[in-house]
Write a protein that binds this ligand. Structure first.
Ligand code: SF4
Ligand code: SF4
Length: 135
């Protein structure tokens, strides 16, 4: 038996397809969705725990890959290095789960870690390297 936490990214063309349903029905896997979001580019993001017999699990992962779903293990966290943040706001519209909030009075960026699904988008867009991966 295998059980793994995964981050799945669905391109817009796949968001409304019954991919997870087929994963359960045709590959005999169990899943537990931990977080779900749709990005501004209409891309779907899902963090889930996927469990099943090794052979089924591998078949299921292959099915996802062949369908065009991007898969990465959830083995990391994103951390906010506050002293590097200039509150430039570049990350705010990019985050699919609204983990960044502009404090209305000071205009400072606040980071709500519990909303973060570790998609890494902000790590790529932050010009000041204030968002980092922790493995
Ligand atoms: S990694 Fe960054 S962009 Fe992605 S959910 Fe977390 S805070 Fe938002
Ligand atoms: S992009 Fe980086 S520097 Fe700009 S507000 Fe976001 S975390 Fe701060």
């Amino acid at each position: 038996m295998i059980s793994r936490k995964l981050v799945l990214s669905f391109p817009p063309s796949l968001v409304d397809k019954l991919i997870i349903y087929r994963l359960v029905k045709e590959h005999d896997l169990e899943f537990n969705i931990l977080k779900a979001a749709v990005t501004q580019n209409e891309e779907g993001m899902l963090i889930m725990e996927l469990t099943g017999e090794k052979e089924n699990y591998e078949r299921g992962i292959n099915y996802l890959k062949e369908t065009g779903v991007h898969i990465q293990p959830l083995s990391k966290d994103v951390i906010f290095v506050e002293e590097k943040c200039t509150s430039c706001g570049a990350c705010v519209p990019q985050c699919p789960t609204a983990a960044f909030v502009v404090e209305p009075v000071s205009r400072k960026i606040l980071f709500y870690e519990e909303r973060c699904i570790a998609c890494e988008i902000c790590v790529k867009v932050c010009p000041y390297k204030a968002m980092k991966m922790r493995w």
